[in-house]
Design a protein around this ligand. Structure first.
Ligand code: CP
Length: 307
């Protein structure tokens, strides 16, 4: 049902730097058309299946609205309202769903599940968040950085908090696009470079989050407890107490540093209200840009490069 070579987007490393350059330029054009109420319907008669095994606001709305805006339609499935929650093998689900739609977006737990789905899928599969990676979010974050400050190549991104799926994906992006990540996590919640699959050089580890922020072009964080880790919530609140992005950390960064958070946010935990609601924060642009980058991504996976 696709017209280009089958290509999945399961990790940030699934695309090349050249493909990202194309996607960022294409996103700018698609966003401009959206703002001008100009129709852009390259995916008429195409259907996206969205499979959610975890909760979502931004990913659900941006993929669903995005597909409609591209002229296509959407099927929404959750574990609770499909056979996915009743132990139908993922390989069988992939075989069946991918015979009926043109594109699949999945939010699930282990990366192995989405990899298995993709192996048996006839159509492109997009990672809408797994325990290990969140590539669509980093795609939006980097586009947002470029919109506000230009190229991210050579810049420093400070990651303050959990060594989670966002941190792993920032590491992958840094190695691919040529910037550096300063990582500071509490003890016991460190990044695992083997999961990101990166070599030392594109990242540096700091015990003190203030040092990680020093001279940074972008400071970013995420909730202390990601979905699926709720049982650890109380322990994490104690461990992460010093990993709250505050005005002092932003002052340690460059004067024109931006603040990002993939949302949802907990003010007073991983970020102080004066930072996320302050002048350096671009979190609303960041959230909106999920829509625009994913429209460019869906178009690219289904149709390839558009002139
Ligand atoms: N940032 C993000 O993925 O948001 P949702 O969990 O609301 O989709």
């Amino acid at each position: 049902m696709t017209t280009t070579q089958l290509k999945h987007y399961l990790q940030f490393t699934d695309l090349t730097a050249d493909e990202y350059a194309y996607l960022f330029a294409r996103t700018a054009l698609i966003k401009q058309k959206f703002k001008a109420y100009e129709k852009h319907h390259p995916l008429v008669d195409r259907t996206l299946a969205m499979i959610f095994e975890k909760a979502s606001t931004r990913t659900r709305v941006s993929f669903e609205a995005g597909m409609y805006q591209l002229g296509g339609s959407v099927v929404h499935l959750t574990t609770g309202d499909s056979q996915l929650g009743r132990a139908e093998p993922i390989e069988d689900s992939a075989r069946v769903i991918s015979r009926m739609v043109d594109l699949v977006m999945i939010r699930t737990f282990g990366q192995d599940k989405i990899e298995r789905f993709a192996e048996y899928s006839r159509v492109p599969v997009i990672n809408g968040l797994t325990n290990e990676y969140h590539p669509c979010q980093i795609l939006a974050d980097i586009f947002t950085y470029i919109e506000h400050r230009g190229s991210i190549t050579g810049k420093v991104v400070a990651w303050v908090g959990d060594g989670n799926n966002m941190a792993n994906t920032w590491l992958q992006a840094a190695e691919l696009l040529g910037f550096t990540v300063h990582v500071s996590t509490p003890s016991g919640y460190e990044i695992d470079p083997a999961v990101a699959g990166v070599k030392r050089g594109s990242y540096q580890v700091f015990k003190d989050p203030m040092q990680a922020c020093a001279g940074a072009d972008l400071v970013t964080t995420d909730v202390w407890t990601s979905m699926g880790f709720e049982a650890e919530n109380e322990a994490r609140k104690k461990a992460f107490a010093d990993w709250c992005v505050d005005a002092d950390m932003m002052r340690a960064a460059k004067a024109d540093a931006l603040f990002m958070h993939c949302l949802p946010a907990h003010r007073g935990e991983e970020v102080e209200a004066e930072v996320i609601d302050g002048p350096q924060s671009v979190v609303w642009d960041e959230a909106e840009n999920r829509l625009h980058v994913q429209k460019a991504l869906m178009e690219y996976l289904l149709l390839g490069i558009q002139k």
